[in-house]
Write a protein that binds this ligand. Sequence first.
Ligand code: FES
Length: 63
Amino acid sequence: MYVCICNALKEKDVRTAIQNGADRIGHVFKAQGCKPDCAQCFNCMRDVINEEINNCAKTCAAE
Ligand code: FES
């Protein structure tokens, strides 16, 4: 699924950036070597960031 149409960023691209340390929308774009354009994807991207961070917290807490 595409999260950002302007930059053809798929959900897996966003998740990879987050898993590599991106925790803000701007960091995700930077990690993928692009910049936001229309900003229509921000809410969706924010949801993916929050989901990934919550998943990480649960995994880390279980270890
Ligand atoms: S859809 Fe992401 S900047 Fe336009």
